[in-house]
Each structure stands twice: as C-alpha cells, then as structure tokens.
Design a protein around this ligand. Structure first.
Ligand code: UDP
Length: 372
C-alpha cells in the first residue's frame, strides 16, 4: 500500500519523522515523502537529521507570498502529484497551510487522509491567524484523526467527528524528542558552564509588531537584572523578528543571539536550559518531558494540558508578566521545582507505532474501511 507523508515546515518534519521511520519498517507499506517546503532550510535540516529524503519536492517557498497565493499554487501542483502518485493514504501533520491544502486536494481526488496531531483547538475563531481554521478544516476532511491527548479527542467529538475515527496516540513530537535526546548531542555554542541558561524562542505571527517589542524589552530587563544568568535566543529569519530582536537585544553582554538552531543542537539547548520562554507550540510539548518549565508568550493555547498540570504557564506578550514570572522562577526554588516536575501530558514516545498499527489494521481488513 502506498502511503504519502507530507511535510511543509520544520515542526511538521520533526513530528512526521517518527511516523515515516516507523512506516519504512513495514513490509506492507510503500512510503513516499512529499515536501511542500513551505519553509525551505529549516525543513531540510530536519529531514537530513532523521535521514529522510523527500521523493517529491514542490519547493513552495517564495518571498512575501500571501496565504491565498501559496494555497492556490500548491493546489495546482498537488493535482499533478496526486494523479501521478495515486497514494492509498495521505498523512498530514498539524495546522499549516500545507496541511489544509493537501487535505482539500485529497478530498477532491477521493484519497483517505490521516491527520496526525488532530483535535487541537483554541475555539477562538476571531483570531485572524490561520492555524485554528487550518486545523478545523482538516478535521472536516480527514478520515483518521490521530489525537495526541484525551482532551483533543473530546474537541473532535464536540465537532461531531465519529468516535471510531479518533485514535488517541500521544504526540509524535515526544517520539522524535526521545529518539534525539538519547543521542550524543552537541549544542555547538560556548556557554558559561557556571551560569544558568534561559532559552528563548519567539516567532509566532500573532506576536509580530507591538507584542514582540514588549517581549524583547522583557528579555532585556531580565538579562540586565540578572547578570549571573545567560540567555540564548535562536532568532527566526523573518524580518519582523530578526530586525527587532537584534536592535533590542544585540548589545546585551549576557544575551546570545544566534541563527535558528538545527533540531539536535536545539534539543541540547533545551536540556541545558534552566528555564524556557517561548511562543512555540512544539516547545510547549517538548519541554515538560525534559522537566523544563516554560513561560508561554501567548494569551491562549491549543495545548492546555501542560498548563492544567502546572508545568507550563501562559504569560502573554505582557512586559510586566514576563519579567515577574521569570524572576520568580529564577529566585524561588520551590516555585521552580513545582514546574520542573518532568511530567509530560503529550505522550510516551510510542505514538508513531500506534498510527502505523491503525493503518495496518485497516489494510488487513480488521477495521471497516474509512472510505467507501
Ligand atoms: N526548534 C529547532 N530549532 C530552533 C527552534 C525550535 O529545531 O532554533 C524545534 C523545536 O524543538 C520544536 C520545533 O522546532 O520541535 C518548533 O518549531 P516552531 O516553534 O517554529 O513551530 P511551532 O511548534 O510553534 O509550530
């Protein structure tokens, strides 16, 4: 059976890699990898790290293209790819424009879709950023919903998805993390071994502009007030991020700005960190498994589980909040320990195997076929 696995951006590649590797072990599965390369470089380094080669590469990235243009161009290319490849199943991961567009194209071609990391919701439909609607639309189109947690399963049930089509698997991000964390990792950056490290990432579109300026000012204040702590911030190349980050933080002695780190060095940085400040979805899932507290630079999250368990805290893009909450974790050991518990609500590292098992059972006729 031919399974086409789709990756568009760095987090999709990280989270799809364990599924691709697990499928490659299966004699019944012919695995094909489609890279839309919505983000180029950051995607390529992840595929290289996991020793995965794209069989088809749409190379979609163009400077400043609108989401409408990206979607339109991608749909046209996908028409040809799906006609030529004729996959039995297409697997997509997450909530990008790639995921939504591939799902729509598969629907037109009557090809079954498996959605990896299904059922995440903020329920905030007024948010103008596309992730929530990409997730919702993909959820309408998918045949298998591989939900990372019970609460994502509940979200799908609320939207009327049939219980039989939802499989709680855990998040494949933990599979990737555990596979990586057990290797010999080199951060590749000289840090002061005597100083605690605060790792920062921020490049979410909804923080561009004013919120990002507040975030940078808060990091600068923390670094200035805590000269005994070092800060590492891999800066995203988007000019909305890069220019502001370098202008605000570039001259502070204990803030190290660097290019985005490859996945393995980034995992090394998370392991070395005392505290993580981030607006990333993936980092919110990874850090609790490494027993690292995360202050999330957002007002809301589609990943509430770790917040409910008290190992991740939402601080918004609010200067006072960021400074106050980070300072507590730097000063108060009991408060720090309460967050650094090493409990992960996002999985046990075996999610990819569960996904493969569902597909295998489907093709061996043990389950009713999803598409008639
Ligand atoms: N990551 C990385 N290098 C970096 C920053 C993040 O490899 O410099 C990894 C991180 O481990 C996580 C993923 O990229 O798995 C998160 O990507 P991002 O924050 O861009 O997207 P999101 O998770 O918010 O969709």
């Amino acid at each position: 059976k031919k399974i086409l696995c789709v990756v568009g951006t760095r987090p999709e590649a990280i989270k799809m890699a364990p599924v691709i590797l697990a499928l490659q072990q299966q004699s019944w599965a012919q695995v094909r990898v489609l890279a839309t390369a919505q983000h180029r470089q950051m995607l390529d380094q992840v595929l290289a790290f996991f020793d995965i080669e794209a069989d088809i590469d749409l190379n979609m990235m163009r400077p400043n293209q609108s989401l409408t243009t990206l979607t339109g161009r991608m749909l046209l290319d996908l028409d040809e790819v799906l006609l030529a490849e004729k996959p039995d199943v297409v697997l997509v991961q997450g909530d990008t424009t790639t995921v939504m567009t591939v799902s729509l194209a598969c629907f037109y071609h009557r090809i079954a879709i498996g959605h990896v990391e299904a059922g995440l919701r903020t329920w905030d439909r007024d948010n103008p950023f596309p992730e929530e609607i990409n997730r919702v639309l993909t959820g309408r189109l998918a045949h298998w919903h591989f939900a990372p947690t019970e609460s994502s399963r509940q979200n799908l049930l609320k939207e009327g998805v049939s219980d039989a089509d939802i499989i709680v698997t855990g998040n494949t991000v933990i599979d990737a993390l555990l596979m990586t964390a057990e290797r010999e990792l080199d951060l590749g950056i000289d840090l002061d071994a005597s100083k605690r490290l605060v790792l920062v990432t921020s490049h979410r579109r909804e923080n561009f502009g004013e919120p990002f300026a507040h975030i940078c000012r808060a990091i600068l204040k923390l670094a200035t007030d805590n000269p005994d702590v070092q800060f590492l911030y891999p800066v995203h190349p988007n000019p909305n991020v890069k220019e502001v980050a370098h202008a605000t933080l570039g001259k502070c002695a204990n803030i190290h700005l660097c290019e985005p780190l490859d996945y393995a060095p980034f995992v090394a940085a998370m392991k070395r960190a005392y505290l993580i400040i981030s607006d990333s979805g993936g980092v919110q899932e990874e850090a609790p498994a490494l027993a690292k507290p995360v202050l999330v630079l957002r007002e809301e999250t589609e990943r509430p589980e770790a917040v409910e368990q008290g190992v991740v805290k939402l601080v918004g893009a609010n200067f006072e909040n960021i400074v106050a909450e980070a300072q507590i974790l730097l000063d108060d050991e009991a408060a720090y320990r309460a967050m650094a518990r090493g409990v992960s609500p996002y999985g046990d590292g075996l999610a990819a195997g569960r996904i493969v098992q569902v597909l295998q059972q489907h093709f061996s006729g043990e389950l009713a076929p999803a598409l008639q």
